[in-house]
Design a binder for this molecule. Sequence first.
Ligand SMILES: Nc1ncnc2c1ncn2[C@@H]1O[C@H](COP(=O)(O)OP(=O)(O)OP(=O)(O)O)[C@@H](O)[C@H]1O
Length: 253
Amino acid sequence: MALEEDNLFRKIRRRVGRAVGDFGLIEEGDRILVGVSGGKDSYTLLHILDSLRRRSPVRYELVAGTVDSGFPGFRKEVIERHLVEHGFEYRMESTNAYEIIESRRRPGSSYCSFCARLRRGILYSLADELGCNKIALGHHLDDFIETLLLNQFYVGSLKAMSPRLRADNGRHTVIRPLVYVEEGEIIRFMRQQKLPVICCACPVCGEVDQKRQRMKGLIRELKGEIPQIKKSLIGALGNLQPRHLLDRRFPQD
Ligand SMILES: Nc1ncnc2c1ncn2[C@@H]1O[C@H](COP(=O)(O)OP(=O)(O)OP(=O)(O)O)[C@@H](O)[C@H]1O
């Protein structure tokens, strides 16, 4: 059963197609593990990549992979039902990540970042096991530009995320095909398509990251004055001018 391919579906697909072309995200023979959390972004990513696959002359395969971190109350059966209904090959990986986080996390350290690192490792192993050379994640345009601002405001580096990154182990490539898709479009898509979104059920699930929310708010506020702000910020990430920066690792003259 495929989703209805209405205007919004086609718009998001066009943007993903553009990102695939701009950054060479998908190549002949790829087998891509799509990280599906049960959230709006990764469901959207999976359906759009599947629709592109059906239309593309480039042959590639998709496998949906969910890391069940073992948080009590995680409704994995909701995800499984959706993936089966739509005919996706998938793996639900049950892990004891929850116990590891509880026992090893340093007091005061961020729950989410520890959990995300652990999950990333599990996804890499899963990709090996399932014969996947790429891992697709559901980060979208707003994630990219908020991360850019967060790093400038709080860390002091000019850095966001990469749409295509070779993993440290050299075996996998992480791709982020939703780089040109705005979060608002994904929210509309989720509602229109009635995607069965669930939360991870971790102890901090639903709590907002205050700093990220601040960046989100700032961008929203400035959008009234600068309508093209998101386009401009994502454009800035692809328009580096090192000679006009202060990084001495780049020649200045
Ligand atoms: N439990 C999981 N199993 C598999 N992949 C995951 C899992 N959690 C997150 N991911 C992948 O990592 C991406 C970024 O995760 P993050 O926790 O930041 O979620 P998010 O931005 O809210 O996205 P989503 O709406 O898909 O949950 C997700 O879009 C998804 O591709």
